[in-house]
Design a protein around this ligand. Structure first.
Ligand code: SF4
Ligand code: SF4
Length: 113
């Protein structure tokens, strides 16, 4: 094929319908406080794990909302469960419990969720 000096970039469109929403539905059912998050980023700015690794609790939340569970386990394992994020959250989102429930949900997902 003739080279025009450029390549066509890979499609980066997110197909929400194709993603698995079972995890977020399970998590929201047990910890509904996640629904009132206003994406301010205070949790990420304070996060202990975020200071030492590339962990971002906001990214984790986005992956969860999109139903993208593929990288979620690797990401969540970086959290130290220190609870600092929860102390600064202006909406009182129960983030520590949320992380524990995601762990639980990821295990369940492979069985009957
Ligand atoms: S601090 Fe609370 S409201 Fe702000 S992004 Fe984090 S969870 Fe959401
Ligand atoms: S509990 Fe996890 S997400 Fe929250 S501040 Fe600590 S390390 Fe970060």
């Amino acid at each position: 094929m003739k080279s025009f000096g450029y390549t066509i970039t890979k499609d980066r469109q997110i197909d929400y319908d194709a993603n698995d929403r079972r995890l977020i539905e399970y998590v929201e059912g047990i910890e509904p406080s996640i629904r009132i998050c206003m994406e301010c980023g205070s949790c990420s700015a304070t996060c202990t794990a975020g200071h030492f690794t590339d962990f971002s609790i906001r990214r984790l939340h986005t992956l969860l909302q999109r139903g993208e569970t593929l990288h979620l386990r690797k990401e969540i394992e970086k959290c130290m469960l220190c609870g600092k994020c929860q102390l600064v959250c202006p909406r009182g989102v129960n983030l520590r419990n949320l992380i524990l429930i995601i762990h639980q949900a990821l295990d369940k997902l492979h069985h009957d969720l």
